[in-house]
Design a protein around this ligand. Structure first.
Ligand SMILES: *Cc1c(COP(=O)(O)O)cnc(C)c1O
Length: 418
Protein backbone atom coordinates (compact mmCIF):
# COMPACT_ATOMS: atom_id res chain seq x y z
CA UNK A 1 0.00 0.00 0.00
CA UNK A 2 1.52 3.27 -1.12
CA UNK A 3 0.29 6.49 0.34
CA UNK A 4 1.43 8.46 -2.71
CA UNK A 5 -0.35 7.29 -5.85
CA UNK A 6 -2.64 8.24 -8.71
CA UNK A 7 -6.39 7.94 -8.60
CA UNK A 8 -7.39 8.44 -12.21
CA UNK A 9 -5.47 11.47 -13.46
CA UNK A 10 -4.82 12.95 -10.04
CA UNK A 11 -1.88 12.36 -7.76
CA UNK A 12 -2.88 11.73 -4.15
CA UNK A 13 -1.16 11.77 -0.78
CA UNK A 14 -3.22 9.42 1.36
CA UNK A 15 -6.80 10.60 0.75
CA UNK A 16 -5.88 14.11 -0.29
CA UNK A 17 -5.52 15.38 -3.85
CA UNK A 18 -2.09 16.98 -3.94
CA UNK A 19 -3.14 19.54 -6.55
CA UNK A 20 -5.59 21.05 -4.08
CA UNK A 21 -2.76 21.35 -1.53
CA UNK A 22 -0.65 23.18 -4.12
CA UNK A 23 -3.50 25.58 -4.87
CA UNK A 24 -4.18 26.27 -1.21
CA UNK A 25 -0.63 26.57 0.15
CA UNK A 26 1.33 27.60 -2.94
CA UNK A 27 4.59 26.15 -4.22
CA UNK A 28 7.33 25.11 -3.73
CA UNK A 29 6.03 23.09 -0.79
CA UNK A 30 7.00 19.93 1.09
CA UNK A 31 4.13 17.49 1.63
CA UNK A 32 4.51 14.63 4.11
CA UNK A 33 2.35 11.55 4.70
CA UNK A 34 1.85 10.80 8.37
CA UNK A 35 0.79 7.21 7.74
CA UNK A 36 3.95 6.52 5.76
CA UNK A 37 6.06 7.79 8.66
CA UNK A 38 4.17 5.51 11.06
CA UNK A 39 4.41 2.57 8.71
CA UNK A 40 8.17 2.85 8.27
CA UNK A 41 8.81 3.31 11.98
CA UNK A 42 6.74 0.24 12.78
CA UNK A 43 8.40 -1.81 10.04
CA UNK A 44 11.72 -1.38 11.85
CA UNK A 45 10.18 -1.86 15.26
CA UNK A 46 8.50 -5.11 14.24
CA UNK A 47 11.52 -6.45 12.38
CA UNK A 48 13.66 -6.05 15.52
CA UNK A 49 10.91 -6.83 18.05
CA UNK A 50 12.69 -9.94 19.36
CA UNK A 51 15.47 -7.79 20.88
CA UNK A 52 13.36 -4.71 21.75
CA UNK A 53 15.90 -2.10 20.62
CA UNK A 54 15.81 1.62 21.35
CA UNK A 55 14.99 3.24 18.01
CA UNK A 56 16.37 6.76 17.92
CA UNK A 57 15.09 8.59 14.84
CA UNK A 58 17.89 10.61 13.25
CA UNK A 59 16.68 14.20 13.56
CA UNK A 60 18.84 15.63 10.78
CA UNK A 61 16.96 13.67 8.11
CA UNK A 62 13.88 15.80 8.74
CA UNK A 63 13.74 17.90 11.86
CA UNK A 64 10.27 19.43 11.66
CA UNK A 65 8.79 19.54 15.17
CA UNK A 66 5.53 17.86 14.13
CA UNK A 67 7.42 14.95 12.65
CA UNK A 68 9.62 14.63 15.73
CA UNK A 69 6.56 14.85 17.94
CA UNK A 70 4.72 12.20 15.93
CA UNK A 71 7.62 9.78 16.28
CA UNK A 72 8.37 10.54 19.94
CA UNK A 73 4.70 10.00 20.88
CA UNK A 74 4.96 6.68 19.03
CA UNK A 75 7.81 5.63 21.32
CA UNK A 76 10.86 6.65 19.30
CA UNK A 77 13.94 8.25 20.79
CA UNK A 78 16.01 10.84 18.93
CA UNK A 79 19.52 10.76 17.51
CA UNK A 80 20.84 14.33 17.55
CA UNK A 81 23.97 15.93 16.09
CA UNK A 82 23.89 19.50 17.42
CA UNK A 83 22.69 21.83 20.13
CA UNK A 84 19.96 22.98 17.77
CA UNK A 85 18.67 19.43 17.46
CA UNK A 86 18.83 19.08 21.27
CA UNK A 87 16.67 22.21 21.48
CA UNK A 88 14.16 20.56 19.14
CA UNK A 89 14.22 17.33 21.19
CA UNK A 90 13.35 19.38 24.29
CA UNK A 91 10.60 21.24 22.45
CA UNK A 92 8.79 17.96 21.73
CA UNK A 93 9.45 16.71 25.28
CA UNK A 94 11.49 13.75 24.17
CA UNK A 95 12.40 11.90 27.37
CA UNK A 96 16.16 12.56 27.87
CA UNK A 97 16.74 8.85 28.40
CA UNK A 98 15.83 8.36 24.75
CA UNK A 99 18.31 10.91 23.33
CA UNK A 100 21.72 9.98 21.91
CA UNK A 101 24.18 12.56 20.63
CA UNK A 102 26.80 12.07 17.88
CA UNK A 103 28.98 14.72 16.19
CA UNK A 104 32.71 15.12 15.64
CA UNK A 105 32.56 18.74 16.77
CA UNK A 106 30.50 19.16 19.93
CA UNK A 107 31.11 22.56 21.55
CA UNK A 108 31.39 23.15 25.31
CA UNK A 109 27.99 24.79 25.34
CA UNK A 110 26.40 21.87 23.47
CA UNK A 111 28.02 19.34 25.83
CA UNK A 112 26.85 21.28 28.88
CA UNK A 113 23.27 21.57 27.64
CA UNK A 114 23.10 17.87 26.81
CA UNK A 115 24.49 16.86 30.24
CA UNK A 116 22.00 19.14 31.97
CA UNK A 117 19.14 17.61 29.99
CA UNK A 118 20.34 14.18 31.10
CA UNK A 119 20.63 12.50 27.70
CA UNK A 120 21.15 8.74 27.57
CA UNK A 121 24.50 8.72 25.77
CA UNK A 122 27.10 10.83 24.04
CA UNK A 123 28.54 9.01 21.04
CA UNK A 124 32.13 10.17 21.46
CA UNK A 125 34.21 10.53 18.31
CA UNK A 126 37.73 11.39 19.54
CA UNK A 127 40.12 11.37 22.51
CA UNK A 128 39.94 15.15 22.71
CA UNK A 129 36.18 15.02 23.01
CA UNK A 130 36.34 12.33 25.68
CA UNK A 131 38.63 14.54 27.77
CA UNK A 132 36.42 17.57 27.22
CA UNK A 133 33.16 15.83 28.21
CA UNK A 134 34.95 14.44 31.28
CA UNK A 135 36.10 17.94 32.24
CA UNK A 136 32.68 19.52 31.79
CA UNK A 137 30.99 16.63 33.63
CA UNK A 138 33.39 17.25 36.51
CA UNK A 139 32.58 20.96 36.59
CA UNK A 140 28.90 20.10 36.74
CA UNK A 141 29.52 17.29 39.28
CA UNK A 142 27.73 14.83 37.06
CA UNK A 143 28.50 11.32 35.93
CA UNK A 144 27.98 10.99 32.22
CA UNK A 145 27.36 7.86 30.15
CA UNK A 146 29.10 7.63 26.80
CA UNK A 147 29.66 5.15 24.00
CA UNK A 148 32.69 5.26 21.73
CA UNK A 149 31.96 5.77 18.07
CA UNK A 150 34.08 3.25 16.24
CA UNK A 151 35.24 3.77 12.69
CA UNK A 152 35.32 0.14 11.51
CA UNK A 153 36.95 1.00 8.16
CA UNK A 154 34.26 -0.60 6.02
CA UNK A 155 33.26 0.29 2.48
CA UNK A 156 29.48 0.80 2.66
CA UNK A 157 29.02 0.98 -1.14
CA UNK A 158 27.23 4.29 -1.27
CA UNK A 159 28.03 7.82 -2.50
CA UNK A 160 31.39 9.07 -1.19
CA UNK A 161 29.83 12.11 0.49
CA UNK A 162 27.59 9.88 2.60
CA UNK A 163 30.26 7.30 3.44
CA UNK A 164 31.25 7.64 7.09
CA UNK A 165 32.74 4.30 8.09
CA UNK A 166 35.99 4.41 6.08
CA UNK A 167 39.20 5.24 7.87
CA UNK A 168 39.77 8.25 5.58
CA UNK A 169 36.62 9.94 6.93
CA UNK A 170 36.59 12.20 9.96
CA UNK A 171 34.20 10.04 11.98
CA UNK A 172 34.81 7.94 15.08
CA UNK A 173 37.95 6.24 16.41
CA UNK A 174 39.80 3.26 15.05
CA UNK A 175 39.38 0.00 16.92
CA UNK A 176 42.85 0.05 18.50
CA UNK A 177 42.40 3.55 19.88
CA UNK A 178 39.02 2.52 21.27
CA UNK A 179 40.56 -0.55 22.90
CA UNK A 180 43.18 1.63 24.60
CA UNK A 181 40.50 4.00 25.83
CA UNK A 182 38.61 1.13 27.44
CA UNK A 183 41.76 -0.01 29.22
CA UNK A 184 42.49 3.52 30.42
CA UNK A 185 38.87 4.27 31.33
CA UNK A 186 39.92 5.20 34.88
CA UNK A 187 41.47 8.39 33.45
CA UNK A 188 37.98 9.69 32.83
CA UNK A 189 36.62 9.98 36.36
CA UNK A 190 33.28 11.46 35.44
CA UNK A 191 32.53 9.21 32.48
CA UNK A 192 31.09 5.74 32.24
CA UNK A 193 31.96 4.16 28.93
CA UNK A 194 28.86 2.05 28.42
CA UNK A 195 29.27 0.68 24.93
CA UNK A 196 30.14 1.23 21.31
CA UNK A 197 28.53 3.01 18.40
CA UNK A 198 28.93 2.69 14.64
CA UNK A 199 27.30 4.55 11.76
CA UNK A 200 28.99 3.56 8.53
CA UNK A 201 27.11 5.66 5.99
CA UNK A 202 23.76 6.42 4.45
CA UNK A 203 21.57 5.01 1.66
CA UNK A 204 23.19 1.58 2.08
CA UNK A 205 21.13 -0.92 0.13
CA UNK A 206 22.81 -4.20 1.09
CA UNK A 207 23.33 -5.83 4.46
CA UNK A 208 26.89 -7.06 3.87
CA UNK A 209 28.63 -3.80 4.91
CA UNK A 210 26.61 -3.76 8.14
CA UNK A 211 27.47 -7.40 8.81
CA UNK A 212 31.17 -6.73 8.21
CA UNK A 213 31.14 -3.70 10.49
CA UNK A 214 29.25 -5.47 13.26
CA UNK A 215 31.59 -8.46 13.09
CA UNK A 216 34.64 -6.21 13.34
CA UNK A 217 33.22 -4.42 16.35
CA UNK A 218 32.15 -7.72 17.92
CA UNK A 219 35.84 -8.61 18.13
CA UNK A 220 36.46 -5.47 20.14
CA UNK A 221 33.42 -6.08 22.37
CA UNK A 222 34.58 -9.64 23.10
CA UNK A 223 38.08 -8.43 24.04
CA UNK A 224 36.65 -5.80 26.34
CA UNK A 225 34.40 -8.31 28.05
CA UNK A 226 37.42 -10.53 28.66
CA UNK A 227 39.03 -7.61 30.49
CA UNK A 228 36.05 -7.73 32.84
CA UNK A 229 34.57 -4.50 31.54
CA UNK A 230 30.79 -4.50 31.48
CA UNK A 231 29.14 -2.91 28.49
CA UNK A 232 25.48 -2.14 28.14
CA UNK A 233 24.85 -0.68 24.66
CA UNK A 234 25.63 -1.46 21.06
CA UNK A 235 24.44 1.31 18.76
CA UNK A 236 24.51 0.17 15.13
CA UNK A 237 23.57 3.59 13.71
CA UNK A 238 21.34 4.25 10.72
CA UNK A 239 21.96 4.16 7.01
CA UNK A 240 19.25 1.86 5.65
CA UNK A 241 18.68 2.67 1.99
CA UNK A 242 15.37 3.32 0.28
CA UNK A 243 13.99 3.17 -3.26
CA UNK A 244 14.54 6.38 -5.25
CA UNK A 245 14.69 4.83 -8.71
CA UNK A 246 15.46 1.22 -9.49
CA UNK A 247 17.38 0.35 -6.32
CA UNK A 248 16.41 -2.89 -4.64
CA UNK A 249 17.24 -2.13 -1.03
CA UNK A 250 16.92 -4.74 1.64
CA UNK A 251 13.66 -4.50 3.55
CA UNK A 252 13.75 -3.87 7.29
CA UNK A 253 12.81 -7.52 7.79
CA UNK A 254 15.59 -8.88 5.58
CA UNK A 255 18.08 -6.55 7.24
CA UNK A 256 16.92 -7.61 10.71
CA UNK A 257 16.99 -11.30 9.86
CA UNK A 258 20.60 -10.97 8.76
CA UNK A 259 21.92 -8.94 11.68
CA UNK A 260 19.79 -10.32 14.52
CA UNK A 261 21.84 -13.51 15.03
CA UNK A 262 24.95 -11.35 15.47
CA UNK A 263 23.24 -8.89 17.77
CA UNK A 264 21.80 -11.70 19.87
CA UNK A 265 25.26 -13.22 20.21
CA UNK A 266 26.64 -9.86 21.33
CA UNK A 267 23.76 -9.57 23.77
CA UNK A 268 23.88 -5.85 24.56
CA UNK A 269 20.98 -3.41 24.38
CA UNK A 270 20.78 -2.49 20.69
CA UNK A 271 20.22 1.09 19.58
CA UNK A 272 19.19 1.92 16.00
CA UNK A 273 19.36 5.37 14.38
CA UNK A 274 17.26 5.27 11.21
CA UNK A 275 16.62 8.57 9.44
CA UNK A 276 16.11 8.24 5.70
CA UNK A 277 14.33 4.88 6.04
CA UNK A 278 11.56 6.46 8.12
CA UNK A 279 10.98 9.76 6.32
CA UNK A 280 12.61 9.51 2.85
CA UNK A 281 9.63 8.16 1.00
CA UNK A 282 7.16 9.89 3.31
CA UNK A 283 7.70 13.27 1.67
CA UNK A 284 7.46 14.95 -1.72
CA UNK A 285 8.39 18.41 -2.94
CA UNK A 286 5.71 19.98 -5.11
CA UNK A 287 6.61 22.65 -7.59
CA UNK A 288 5.02 24.63 -10.42
CA UNK A 289 6.25 24.85 -14.01
CA UNK A 290 7.20 28.46 -14.70
CA UNK A 291 8.45 28.09 -18.27
CA UNK A 292 9.20 25.43 -20.83
CA UNK A 293 12.30 26.47 -22.74
CA UNK A 294 13.24 24.58 -25.88
CA UNK A 295 16.75 25.49 -27.00
CA UNK A 296 18.48 24.12 -30.11
CA UNK A 297 20.49 21.72 -27.96
CA UNK A 298 18.22 20.91 -25.04
CA UNK A 299 14.78 21.30 -23.56
CA UNK A 300 14.38 22.72 -20.05
CA UNK A 301 11.40 22.60 -17.75
CA UNK A 302 11.95 25.57 -15.45
CA UNK A 303 10.17 25.16 -12.12
CA UNK A 304 9.75 27.28 -9.00
CA UNK A 305 11.79 24.93 -6.75
CA UNK A 306 15.57 24.99 -6.86
CA UNK A 307 18.69 23.52 -5.33
CA UNK A 308 18.16 25.71 -2.26
CA UNK A 309 14.91 23.80 -1.62
CA UNK A 310 16.22 20.34 -2.51
CA UNK A 311 20.00 20.06 -2.64
CA UNK A 312 20.41 16.31 -3.10
CA UNK A 313 20.50 16.23 -6.94
CA UNK A 314 23.12 19.00 -7.03
CA UNK A 315 25.20 17.75 -4.10
CA UNK A 316 25.19 13.98 -4.66
CA UNK A 317 23.82 13.75 -8.19
CA UNK A 318 20.97 11.99 -6.45
CA UNK A 319 18.08 10.72 -8.53
CA UNK A 320 14.51 11.67 -7.61
CA UNK A 321 11.49 10.58 -9.61
CA UNK A 322 9.48 13.53 -10.89
CA UNK A 323 5.79 13.07 -11.77
CA UNK A 324 2.96 15.40 -12.81
CA UNK A 325 0.14 16.03 -10.33
CA UNK A 326 -2.24 15.80 -13.28
CA UNK A 327 -1.44 12.81 -15.45
CA UNK A 328 -2.66 13.73 -18.92
CA UNK A 329 -3.99 10.95 -21.10
CA UNK A 330 -1.42 9.78 -23.65
CA UNK A 331 -2.21 10.73 -27.24
CA UNK A 332 -0.30 10.24 -30.45
CA UNK A 333 0.34 13.93 -31.08
CA UNK A 334 1.75 14.47 -27.58
CA UNK A 335 5.14 12.82 -27.48
CA UNK A 336 7.13 14.65 -24.81
CA UNK A 337 10.83 14.85 -25.52
CA UNK A 338 13.44 14.54 -22.84
CA UNK A 339 14.00 17.64 -20.73
CA UNK A 340 16.03 18.77 -17.76
CA UNK A 341 13.93 19.91 -14.82
CA UNK A 342 15.75 22.94 -13.44
CA UNK A 343 15.22 25.64 -10.83
CA UNK A 344 15.58 29.41 -11.01
CA UNK A 345 18.91 29.58 -9.14
CA UNK A 346 21.92 31.17 -10.80
CA UNK A 347 24.03 27.99 -10.89
CA UNK A 348 24.34 25.41 -13.65
CA UNK A 349 24.29 22.77 -10.92
CA UNK A 350 20.75 23.81 -10.08
CA UNK A 351 18.66 20.92 -11.34
CA UNK A 352 16.12 18.51 -9.88
CA UNK A 353 16.27 15.93 -12.65
CA UNK A 354 17.89 15.42 -16.02
CA UNK A 355 16.59 13.90 -19.24
CA UNK A 356 13.01 13.39 -18.05
CA UNK A 357 10.06 12.75 -20.34
CA UNK A 358 7.28 14.89 -18.95
CA UNK A 359 4.20 16.13 -20.75
CA UNK A 360 3.86 19.51 -19.06
CA UNK A 361 3.28 23.15 -19.86
CA UNK A 362 3.45 26.44 -18.03
CA UNK A 363 1.34 26.40 -14.88
CA UNK A 364 1.34 22.61 -14.41
CA UNK A 365 2.42 21.10 -11.12
CA UNK A 366 5.09 18.46 -10.58
CA UNK A 367 5.95 16.32 -7.56
CA UNK A 368 9.56 15.42 -6.79
CA UNK A 369 9.28 12.08 -4.99
CA UNK A 370 11.36 10.65 -2.17
CA UNK A 371 12.11 14.13 -0.82
CA UNK A 372 11.19 13.55 2.84
CA UNK A 373 14.75 12.95 4.04
CA UNK A 374 17.57 15.50 3.65
CA UNK A 375 15.15 17.67 1.68
CA UNK A 376 13.84 20.54 3.75
CA UNK A 377 16.50 19.92 6.39
CA UNK A 378 19.27 20.77 3.89
CA UNK A 379 17.48 23.74 2.36
CA UNK A 380 18.88 27.26 2.46
CA UNK A 381 18.15 30.88 1.67
CA UNK A 382 20.59 30.97 -1.26
CA UNK A 383 19.61 33.56 -3.88
CA UNK A 384 17.55 35.16 -1.08
CA UNK A 385 14.86 32.61 -1.61
CA UNK A 386 12.46 32.04 1.23
CA UNK A 387 12.45 28.63 2.92
CA UNK A 388 9.41 26.69 1.72
CA UNK A 389 6.40 25.72 3.78
CA UNK A 390 5.77 22.16 4.95
CA UNK A 391 2.43 20.38 5.36
CA UNK A 392 1.55 17.08 6.99
CA UNK A 393 -1.24 14.99 5.49
CA UNK A 394 -3.25 12.65 7.71
CA UNK A 395 -5.84 10.86 5.55
CA UNK A 396 -8.03 13.69 4.19
CA UNK A 397 -6.68 16.34 6.57
CA UNK A 398 -3.84 18.71 5.77
CA UNK A 399 -1.94 20.48 8.54
CA UNK A 400 0.47 23.34 7.96
CA UNK A 401 3.55 22.36 10.01
CA UNK A 402 5.76 25.21 8.82
CA UNK A 403 4.73 28.45 7.21
CA UNK A 404 6.63 29.60 4.18
CA UNK A 405 9.11 32.33 5.16
CA UNK A 406 8.24 35.89 4.24
CA UNK A 407 10.68 38.47 2.96
CA UNK A 408 11.19 40.08 6.36
CA UNK A 409 12.29 36.70 7.75
CA UNK A 410 15.13 36.83 5.22
CA UNK A 411 16.64 39.95 6.77
CA UNK A 412 15.42 39.70 10.36
CA UNK A 413 18.92 39.22 11.82
CA UNK A 414 20.72 41.67 9.55
CA UNK A 415 21.54 45.31 10.10
CA UNK A 416 22.76 48.02 7.79
CA UNK A 417 25.96 49.77 8.88
CA UNK A 418 27.03 52.93 7.19
C1 LIG B 1 22.86 10.87 9.71
C2 LIG B 1 23.03 9.88 10.78
C3 LIG B 1 22.12 8.82 10.92
C4 LIG B 1 20.97 8.59 9.98
O1 LIG B 1 21.35 8.15 8.73
P1 LIG B 1 20.25 7.65 7.68
O2 LIG B 1 21.03 7.25 6.50
O3 LIG B 1 19.36 8.80 7.42
O4 LIG B 1 19.52 6.51 8.31
C5 LIG B 1 22.30 7.97 11.98
N1 LIG B 1 23.32 8.13 12.87
C6 LIG B 1 24.21 9.13 12.75
C7 LIG B 1 25.29 9.25 13.74
C8 LIG B 1 24.10 10.03 11.71
O5 LIG B 1 24.99 11.02 11.59
Amino acid sequence: MHYFSYKGRDFFCEETKVCSIAQKFGTPLYVYSKRTIFRHFHKIKEAFASINPLICYSVKANSNLSILNTLVREGAGLDIVSGGELFRAKKVNCPPQRVVYASVGKTDEEIKDAIKYGILLFNVESLGELAQINKIAGQLSENVDVTLRINPDIEPKTHKYITTGRKETKFGMDINTARKVFLKRGDFRFLKIRGVHIHIGSQITQSSPFIKAIKKVKGLIDDIKKEGINLKYFNIGGGLGIVYDKEKPQTAKVFADRVLPLLKAISLKTILEPGRFIVGNAGILITKVLYVKDTPSKKFIIVDAGMNDLLRPSLYEAYHRIVPLDRKPKTKDRRPKKADVVGPICESGDFLGKGRKLDVEKGDYLAVLGAGAYGFSMSSNYNSRRLTGEVLVDADKVYCIRERQNYSDLISKECIVT
